[in-house]
Design a protein around this ligand. Structure first.
Ligand code: NAP
Ligand code: 8YV
Length: 312
């Protein structure tokens, strides 16, 4: 029997690319001289597509893939996919949920501690040789503080679990209150921000959450408050964030994601009250290996049984 033919939109690790190529006949779209021309000429042959939360796929690409049946995506975010069109066409989509919860939550806690206790700033201070001639400023305490979560889902719950070790009080905002949740629900984001010391974003990106966190929320979080974003850059009004950090209306921010990644505005890079990471929430060897394995397992389940293991 011939090996199923897969279209791969963008590169993943060399290990994953090799594993995929060992199992299937893979066409790497990003290596074609003119990817869109290639799709127009040859798109009909593909029923299966592999992509990621970074590369997604476009409406234009889908228009050239009339026989597509399933997409297996690396990562849990689905914001770069035209979901309505995929639903209309009956194209199944899998992501890689749960296996990355711990790493993303660990990173959120790391950003809370780094931003509040000024770890990165202290590191810069020592490396610059400033210690003998200046006193490093006092920071803010983490333990016992108030944690507001925007998007208490799989990753948000893992952040809350870690926060209990820091004796934090927790409230959250989702579109719908959770049944049987011991933490207070806040229908208003502004009220949640007013209450919180740390506001952690763990909701999805996309149109529904576009710039959910704007000037009003940032000012409610206030001069002693800290924003942590491990969700998507699109969730925050970035110019409003920069303005609030500059003026002191907001105390600090720990960011893993940005509006136009991998570009990070110079205005953010020049500020001392922010910790900036290059979108590494799930970026450990162990977790990336599990994400790769889950993507391959989804692909295999679809090829052999016509069903995805972790569909959207
Ligand atoms: P999840 O389990 O689906 O949780 C998402 C939560 O957000 C749910 O509680 C949902 O509750 C809430 N939500 C959805 N839309 C909302 C809205 N418009 N307003 C307020 N809350 C909303 O997802 P997850 O697995 O935890 O992943 C969350 C996101 O984290 C991903 O989509 C991805 O963007 C991001 N992520 C980032 C990294 C990184 O490397 N930094 C890694 C992995 C994931 P309701 O439906 O009730 O609103
Ligand atoms: C991925 C992510 O590393 O899962 C997600 O949604 O943002 C990250 O875990 C990355 O975006 C995959 O391409």
């Amino acid at each position: 029997m011939s090996r199923p033919h897969i279209l791969q939109i963008g590169p993943l690790t060399a290990r994953f690319n090799a594993n995929l190529a060992a199992r299937y006949a893979v066409t790497p779209l990003w290596l074609q001289a003119d990817p869109q021309a290639f799709l127009r000429e040859q798109g009909e042959q593909f029923e299966l597509l592999v992509s990621s939360a970074r590369f997604g796929c476009s409406v234009e690409q889908l228009a050239c893939l009339p026989n597509l049946r399933a997409i297996c995506s690396f990562g849990v975010g689905y914001d770069p996919y035209p979901l309505e069109l995929l639903r209309e066409r009956g194209i199944a989509v899998s992501t890689t949920p749960d296996v990355l919860n711990e790493c993303v939550a660990d990173l959120a806690m790391g950003l809370i501690i780094d931003t509040a206790r000024r770890l990165s700033e202290g590191d810069r201070f020592v490396r610059a040789g400033s210690w003998p001639s200046a006193a490093f400023p006092l920071a803010r305490k983490v333990s016992g503080k108030r944690l507001g979560i925007v998007g208490l889902g799989r990753i948000g719950a893992a952040v809350v679990q870690r926060a209990s070790g820091f004796a934090m009080a927790v409230r959250y905002h989702n579109r719908t209150p959770l049944a049987d949740c011991p933490h207070g629900y806040e229908a208003s984001l502004v009220e949640l921000a007013r209450w919180a010391d740390f506001l952690v974003l763990t909701c999805p990106g996309g149109a529904a959450t576009q710039q959910l966190i704007g000037r009003e929320v940032l000012e409610a979080l206030g001069p002693d408050g800290i924003l942590i974003n491990v969700a998507r850059g699109s969730v925050v009004d970035e110019p409003a964030l920069i303005a609030a950090l500059r003026s002191g209306a907001l105390g600090g921010a720990g960011l893993d994601v940005y509006a136009a990644e991998p570009q990070v505005p110079l205005a953010l890079r020049e500020l001392n009250n922010v910790v900036l990471l290059p979108h590494i929430g799930s970026g450990s060897e162990e977790t990336r290996l599990q994400m790769e394995a889950l993507l391959l397992a989804n692909l295999q389940a679809f090829v052999e049984q016509g069903e995805l293991l972790t569909p959207l």
